[in-house]
Ligand binder design. Sequence first.
Ligand code: FAD
Length: 514
Amino acid sequence: ASTLRLVLGDQLNSQHHWYKEVDDSVVYLLAELRQETDYAQHHIQKVCAFFAAMEEFSAVLSSKGHRVMHLTLDSTSDFNGLNGLLDHVISELGANNFHYQLPDEYRLREQLQHFVNSRDIVSEAFESEHFFVSDYELGGYFTAAKAHRMEAFYRKMRQRFDILMCDGQPVGAKWNFDQSNRQKLKSSDLADIPAPLIFSNNVSEILRRIERHNLATIGEASSSLLWPINRGQALSLLDYFCQHCLPRFGQFQDAMTGSSEFAWSLYHSRISFALNVKILSPKEVIDTAIHHYEGNRTSIDIAQIEGFVRQILGWREFVRGIYWANMPSYTELNVLGATRSLPKWFWTGNTKMRCQQAAIEQSLKFAYAHHIQRLMITGNFSLIAGVQPNEVDDWYLGIYIDALEWVELPNTRGMSQFADGGLVASKAYAASGNYVNKMSDYCKTCFYQVKQVSGHGACPLNSLYWHFMNRHSEAFSGNLRNRMVYANWRKKTTAEQEAILTQAEQYLQDLDEL
Ligand code: FAD
């Protein structure tokens, strides 16, 4: 009897129990597939990173004595998707068992479930053994169509997994250090920003393959891929983060600048790709960071390590729970009824708004933007301009190196676009130019005037913000967190209000020209 085990491109978990023993009757299949390169228009570096990481993983398995079938697009493109390929490989091997790990994307989980139900082969689905909360436990924490709050979930996780806890209490006597974090970078801080650790993986062969198969991609390519594609590189990146970025991670977590060549990376870990393809496990990332914190308490305070742990143990596990509780209907949610198209400059960065230009150009160049750029720059713009969430989702799902639907969708449609009506966020993350000015130095070199709300050269974010709050006042004014906002609006004279709304209407008519 022989067994075929499918390993998807985001299941490169070398610690999985599958690999504990070498068994000659088991064949591992890793395959580049058109269905995966084509379900979104991906950044070219993202395709390169996935293909390169799959190649590396296959080589590691082979070197340990496992039987591996690694197929490139050259040998899979004639098959009808994953199902067609599986049928072929199963019959070629004469396999009578088929094993797979539960996919993290609904699309693939459905496809494989359907595949095994419709084929006459003994099949088994396994956990991917990656997350803190297993697939079978998620339902105990999350309910469909119900609003959940990250903070409550996060505290349960801290207690359950005994992370940063001391005698049942949170280390530092507080669960949340957001108040001491979230600072702006002063010009005197700029020289200290660490140069990012980047790699130079040769992907010229993969680039040729992408061209040969005419894959439609976005973004800038380079034959030297800077993202980590194997465990050695991912562990070095984690170590580099602990040494150089963790000491100020929380402090500058929300900061943005246009005045440093390292503005794109700042104090962020950039491990999301390695985590999401499971080269690194969330547990080892947290353990490593905490170990480092414990050995360096003079340079790393609790606010920094807590801020980091919160992202991985809190946010990352949380959005996954929201995703599985609400799929597949989550992909359709649009409670604010947004209908506009994404402006053309989302694909070029060619806009006079300095903040948007910086976030988009950087995303096209590196397939990366950090959280606040995604949430409060491009996300905020799309929200207040009323862009159809499907368009926003497609853009985010394509452009980022770490974009996989289970994590992209709740962050984009939920947290940033409020299209789920508050299942993820307690209020819409809408902001005017004032926020951008507070957290960055972009406004200093912008064509638009951040202090101006209407009239020639007024920052579009200002009037669009008021237009957004105004058109959704029925939905939002009851929320206590918005009380000040609406009080401020009412303080304006009717003439002021009209000038602002007229200004916004003008901008909305021609978003492409901003
Ligand atoms: P760091 O800032 O160093 O944070 C450390 C880790 O925490 C990240 O690697 C990530 O694994 C985790 N993390 C932090 N915030 C979140 C979050 N909100 N949700 C889940 N995990 C989080 N993250 C993705 O992995 N894939 C996506 O497709 C994705 N799309 C996003 C879309 C929008 C609109 C927004 C607002 C956020 C999105 N995020 C996504 C979350 C977050 O922006 C990225 O995880 C982070 O920027 C990755 O960079 P980093 O590794 O340097 O993160």
